[in-house]
Structure formats: C-alpha cells, structure tokens
Design a binder for this molecule. Structure first.
Ligand SMILES: Cc1cc2nc3c(=O)[nH]c(=O)nc-3n(C[C@H](O)[C@H](O)[C@H](O)COP(=O)(O)O)c2cc1C
Ligand code: SF4
Length: 452
C-alpha cells in the first residue's frame, strides 16, 4: 500500500535505479521525421513504459499528480488549474473541460459519477484505443483527479468490446492501482475514495453520444434523449455525471504536474495543448500523430505524413469523421484548431484525418459517410432515420449520373432539414460531408446530372 506522496516517490526512485542498471531497448525508433516533428503529451509514454506494469508508470512520474492534488490542492484549486489550461474536450465538441467540471462540482448530491468515453466509433479512428492500450494508468489518474474535483467517488469506463487489449490492460491497471491503494477507499489517507469499473459497449456508433452511452450503461437501449436535462444535473441513474473523452482525461495529469499556464502556452489562443490525429488514407506515413493545435494541414500531410502516395496529386483531406468535411488543396495552410475547422465547414471531431488524391471521387466519399450514418442511425427520430437513407439514395443517383437539377436542389434542402430537425448529434451532423463537398467540389455533383 502507498499511503503518501513520499512513499510514491521512494518507489519511483527505487525502480528508476533498477531500470538504470538494466536498460531496456525502446520499442519505437523516435529518431525519424514522423516522430521528431510531433509534440507528445498524451502519448508521452507510448512505447516507453510497460502498460501492464504500474511500477513502470510510477517510475515515469505516474500518479504524482493525483497525490499532489490530494496533498496540496482543494477541489476548487484543481478546477481553477484546468480552467487556466484552456483544455477543451477531445471527444469532438470541444467544450471547455474546466467549466464542465465546475458545473458538476457545484451540484449538491450524495452520489455523482465520472464516466470516461472510450467508445471511439468514427471510421478509421484509433487515438483513444492507443492511449488505453499504451498508457492505461494515465486515464485512471485523470479520472480520479476529476472525481476529487467534482465530488464523485465512482467512475466508469465505457469501452467498445472490439478493443480487447485495451479492456484487458485497463482491467489489469484498475486491479494494480486498487492493490496499491491508489484507487479504493481513503486514497493516501486523504479521506477521498474512488473506484472505477469497466462497461463494455457492443460497437454502436451512437452509443458514443453521452445520453445514449448512459442509457447503455444502465442496461437500456443505446438511444439518445433530448437535452436538457444535462448530464451535470441528471446523468447516470439520475445523478450528476461528468462525461469526458479518453484523450481529455489523458491530458489531466500533465496539466496538474506542469501547471495550467504551461499547457496554455502550447497551441492556439482558443485551442490550447496538443491533439492526437489518426492520419490515414492515400498518404505515405500513416499512423497516430500528436501535434500542437495550430499546426497546419500542410505540415501534417507533407512534413509528418511524407506527402501523397505513388506520386499522385493531393486533392482533399477529410477531418472530423462522419460529422466532418472535406478540405481542398487551397486550404492546406489552415492552422488546425476547433474554430478554424468550423469556418471551413469541417470539424475537429475525435481527430480522424483521411487524405485523398486526385483519383478520389468526392460524391462517393460523401456517400460513404452518409451510408455509415444511415446504418448507425438508431431510428428514434424520423428526420435522421428516413433522411439519411433518402440522402444515400439521392447520392447514388449522382454517382450513376442519373440525377436531375431538381435532385440537386432537393439534396441541399434535405441536408438542411436533417441537420436542423434531428434529435441528436448523429443526425445533426450527418449531412456535413455532403455540404462541404458541395461547397468545394460542386462540379463533381454537376457532372452527375444527366442531360435532359
Ligand atoms: C453520434 C455521436 C457519437 C459520439 N461518439 C463519441 C465517442 O466515441 N467518443 C467520445 O469521446 N465522444 C463521442 N461523442 C461526443 C460525446 O457525446 C461527448 O460530447 C464527449 O464524450 C464529451 O467528452 P469531452 O468533453 O471530453 O469531449 C459522440 C457524439 C455523437 C453525437
Ligand atoms: S438523430 Fe439519429 S441517431 Fe440521433 S436519436 Fe435521431 S435517429 Fe437516433
């Protein structure tokens, strides 16, 4: 059992000396451009520590932030530090994390919950998976700090069952932390206790939406509900609940360790820190990249990604998954942050970036994402259930070059109807890939209109 920050430091020192005498080969060669051009905060331990060994995490400064919080800070101090950092939720919406924590902390209730959203359903996204697999204790530490700040003693990690390694490592991490007294009752004799359990999802994309996720944990159908009431007032089993994404929680320990002001110096004015992106598509170097907010798309595609494959010409980059948009070549110097992506009709989403070359047909790309939304629609509300299917069918007509000018007008109108009348974020954002491709690649839609 570890009962004080001094004991934690002692264990770290002991293990450090042992490691210095028995050096390990690093599992990743960090000397190539792909890594040297990154700034790693969330992924700082990836490939460095053994994710199945809590002592390795502790040796690298792990749980020091939690013990610092319990030793020196009040819940208000913690929330203030997170507010100073400017951290915004990495699950897609970019809501300020400090404000969210403050809302939950202010509600008076005997029972509150912290939930970590590890559902990660965007096609091609695997940022959260990498964090949970390579550094599970960092997620637990962030959640425990959130529990202390918000006055919650119970946490859940909602994770898709298709991530068996992440589930295994998190389960093991919870057991190890509990055995050392880092989770459980009266942590470091502070009077604060926190327990974490894992709940598995069956892979429905909509279960990543907060209210659907909670319905799923409660054992019901994973259907979203109308808001308000917000989760901070009425969340899991009717109690105030804080829901944050895996990457959001993984930023907490570094912020507490280095200070909110340090974090604020990284990134742009309104989007501080780094973002982990899953760089994929027709690009030479694919994989996870962590860069400061404000990095340009050009730097991501060319300096880190090595440029387009097979000497072909760059055409567009899709950001934000099924809710996002396609950004054309003339906007490659865009400095990526929450606001700049919205201005060009795309969004950050969870961090998927898919590169397309000049052989890609943008109507087909839009159809791919619409088809995804149509099959993942939970069916609860008509505009999304019927609208996404009808939009897919309309897009088929353009691809078959059988569309009319009337279809084009209808396509645009229906996108706006589905966006403005759907119940949850899935339907409200499903038309985004269509609207952004119409904005930048309208000629490809017009090419699908048959001659009268
Ligand atoms: C259809 C849909 C799917 C979503 N999927 C996820 C997901 O897989 N992971 C996630 O963290 N947030 C997802 N979100 C966003 C969550 O509802 C919520 O905003 C987020 O988990 C809050 O955490 P954050 O403040 O740290 O971003 C999804 C939203 C919608 C509408
Ligand atoms: S918008 Fe779609 S996913 Fe959301 S509640 Fe309506 S039918 Fe379900």
């Amino acid at each position: 059992m570890i009962t004080s920050i001094e004991e934690l430091q002692e264990l770290a020192q002991m293990k450090k000396s042992h490691n210095e005498n028995n050096p390990k080969e690093p599992t990743i060669d960090m000397s190539c451009d792909f890594y040297t051009k990154q700034t790693r905060i969330v992924l700082e331990n990836e490939g460095i520590i053994d994710p199945e060994d809590i002592e390795d995490y502790i040796t690298h400064g792990g749980y020091m932030s939690l013990f610092k919080v319990l030793d020196e800070m009040s819940p208000k101090d913690v929330i203030e530090e997170i507010k100073i950092s400017g951290l915004r939720g990495r699950g897609g919406g970019g809501y300020p994390t400090g404000l969210k924590w403050e809302s939950v902390s202010k509600v008076q209730s005997e029972q509150k919950y912290i939930i970590c959203n590890g559902d990660e359903g965007d096609p091609g996204a695997f940022m959260d998976r990498a964090v949970m697999e390579s550094d599970p204790h960092k997620v637990l530490e962030g959640m425990a700090i959130a529990g202390f700040a918000c006055g919650a003693n119970k946490g859940y990690i909602y994770i898709r069952a298709e991530y068996p390694i992440a589930v295994k490592r998190l389960t093991r991490a919870i057991k190890q932390a509990t055995r050392l007294g880092i989770l459980g009752a009266n942590i470091a004799q502070s009077g604060f206790g926190f327990n974490i359990e894992i709940r598995l999802g069956a892979g429905a994309y909509v279960c990543g939406e907060g209210t659907a996720l909670i319905a799923s944990i409660e054992g019901g159908r994973g259907h979203p509900r109308q808001k308000p009431p917000h989760l901070s007032d009425h969340g899991l089993w009717g109690s105030p609940t804080l829901l944050n994404n895996v990457e959001t929680f993984a930023n907490i320990a570094p912020i507490i360790k280095n200070g909110g002001a340090w974090f604020k110096t990284i990134g742009t004015k309104n989007s501080s820190g780094t973002k982990v992106f899953a760089l994929s598509g027709l690009i030479k170097n694919t994989g996870l990249v962590e860069v400061p907010m404000g990095t340009t798309l050009r730097e991501l595609v060319y300096d880190i990604g090595g440029g387009v494959e097979n000497g072909r010409k760059f055409k567009a980059i899709q950001s934000g998954g099924p809710s996002g948009g396609c950004i054309p070549e003339e906007l490659l110097d865009l400095r990526v942050d929450y606001e700049s992506l919205k201005e060009v009709d795309s969004m950050m989403g969870s961090g998927g970036l898919i590169v397309m070359d000049d052989s890609s047909n943008m109507v087909e790309i839009a159809r791919f994402f619409m088809d995804f939304c149509a099959s993942e629609s939970c069916g609860k509300c008509t505009p999304c259930r019927v609208g996404t299917t009808q939009l897919t069918q309309l897009l088929d007509k353009f691809i078959a070059k059988e569309a009319t000018m009337h279809d084009f007008v209808l396509l645009k109108e229906m996108c706006l109807v589905v966006k403005s009348t759907s119940l949850c974020g899935l339907g409200q954002t499903a038309p985004n890939p269509v609207l952004s491709t119409i904005r930048y690649f309208e000629d490809e839609y017009l090419a699908g209109i048959k001659d009268d």
